[in-house]
Ligand binder design. Sequence first.
Ligand code: CMC
Length: 432
Amino acid sequence: MAKDTVSVTDNVTGKTIELPIYHGTLGPGAVDIGKFFREFGYVTFDPGFVSTASCRSSITYIDGEKGQLLYRGYPIEQLAEKSSFLEVAYLMLHSELPSQDEQQAFLEKITRHTMINESLKSFYQGFNHDAHPMAIMVGVVGSLSAFYHDSTDIRNPEHREIAAHRLIAKMPTIAAACYKHSIGEPFIYPQNALSYCGNLLNMMFSMPCESYEVDPVAQKALDMIFILHADHEQNASTSTIRLAGSSAANPFACVASGIAALWGPAHGGANEAVLHMLDEIGDVKNIPKFLEKAKDKEDPFRLMGFGHRIYKNFDPRATLIRKMCHEVLSKLGDENDPLFELALKLEEIALQDDYFKQRQLYPNVDFYSGIIYKVLGIPTNMFTVMFAIARTVGWVAQWMEMIGDPDQRIARPRQLYEGPVMRDYVEFSKRS
Ligand code: CMC
């Protein structure tokens, strides 16, 4: 299959082997190191997967130098402007944009699965009202496999598809219930006449005793943020899902593992951390002090919402979100919102700073998304939950791609062992 090869010589033994290089449609080629251990007796070492492709994929492509993000080949800018979140979901799952009939059928399927089992609701009662909504979400999503036995046979393509639809459809219902539980209000049933994001807003903010109208600006903003968050190739949570799924675990359990990985502040938890950071900075005059803290290697403080493993020029999602932030604030808030002004100033000052320039650290998708969420009335501890709703589309698409891959095997990384060499057990009575 591969025409190109790379020769690798072990300078200790003088042995040389040829390793095939595979070329995808875009991006760097990949050296197949599958026979490395067999031939040389060494494993390869790459903590953080900096140079390691863990799979083949046809879903999402990122060019970090150009600041380019493509879903199934379509630029994120075009999708954000012209598409909708559920159309993007269809694209992710089925590789192509839907025809009008396909779109209609897909919307009906997703709409039919928005309810959650009534017994599932009692799970929420086990959590204190002050539990973090991500903690609740990990538990509730993991428990879905106990309710939907008819979609956990991962070798059955129909089961896989129903599971994917159920996860995408139920996430907003589960997320809104997390929020309602935290504020002690009754859960609101999904309204299937509403759009995906309109339904989420309704379930979060309406009450049985009052009428509530979904704000079209809020609905559109949320839809666009969800498009931007829908997938990001082999990031930490998606890789977690692929790793969990490689053992043939059911998709609900896999997505729960992805939610757990997403929660960390280096990943999806960054949107919540950005707001806490901006609150802590408090005022433009304090920016230099906090930049110094971010640069100080002895200080654990980092500029949250800054930096990315792949983007080394700009994150195209951040550019779109910044623009959306202006729009949302001008329509629903105040364009001179002090928090937004502080964020803009922080970005401006950091981008002129040598430390950030040399390390190619730019605002990422999480830097401005929290400001929009705040204007929409979404509480800070729900920010990462919003991210999880959107990323579920990418997670299930990547999981389905993996299960359908004939080369798929259980993921089982090796290690460089640095522990004690073999030694004999010392009887308890002989230890001082
Ligand atoms: N503030 C200060 N210094 C930073 C930052 C930052 N936010 N990010 C990276 N650096 C420094 C880092 O200390 C290192 O410096 P040196 O070369 O002197 O040791 C250099 O830049 C390279 O950083 P790294 O940690 O090796 O880069 P990474 O690719 O392992 O980490 C990252 C990427 C996103 C985890 C990291 O930039 C970070 O922690 N950023 C803040 C958290 C954040 O915003 N996360 C959201 C990421 S985008 C959305 C998502 O994934 O969900």
